[in-house]
Write a protein that binds this ligand. Sequence first.
Ligand code: MG
Ligand code: MG
Length: 251
Amino acid sequence: MVQLKSAREIEVMAEGGRILVATLEHATRAVEAGLSTWELDQIVESFIRAHHGAVPAFKGLYGFPGSACISVNHEIVHGIPSRQRILADGDIVTLDIGVKYRNYYTDSARTVPVGRIDAPSARLLEVTQASLEAGVAQCEPGKHLGDIGHAIQAVVEAAGFSVVRELVGHGVGSSLHEEPQVPNYGKPKRGLALVPGMTLAIEPMVNAGRAETKTLADKWTVVTADGSRSAHFEHTVAITEDGPRILTRAA
Ligand code: MG
Ligand code: MG
């Protein structure tokens, strides 16, 4: 069942979202060659916990060991922070972070460059971010889940990239993962109708090569089957009478 949020609940989520954005900005500034993904995770965790009432939502969730999912290059999502994984110049690194604040969750991700990246990687990041913006633009009453997925898919495929299908966006609020599922592909006017009070995590995962994925032996890290690079951008968005309200937008 889709849980609609009151205006008050959405304000609490917006407060948590501001902490999450600040965390992402802080972590992005820390990204550099030579840093381990474990160190990056420590930076994320201590920054979140410095805000009264905020905790890293991913830590311990379903048994995940880190505060952030940190996925490098051909890793799509759910990378486990590791002392052995050292960022190198030219890498792309996805920071996927959840904040639980006053019992409400927000969820946001971005892929950032490490030092200088090649042109195809830069384009992958640009297109994935643009696909997120296109999906978010559909988040208004009267539209459907299929409109969101279709808008994302159109931007991605026009650029010659692939949408990951096995992983989807989701409702978010009093749990990190709520109904409905929000696929990053679809047909216009299909699926659940959007109404005010819905809060959705919209999160295109885009592969430079083919769409297929596989999961590593650690049972967490999802990678591209063909080894191509992958990017991921995510916002938590409230559907309002006036259209989309992004709760995790940088100021
Ligand atoms: Mg996320
Ligand atoms: Mg999510």
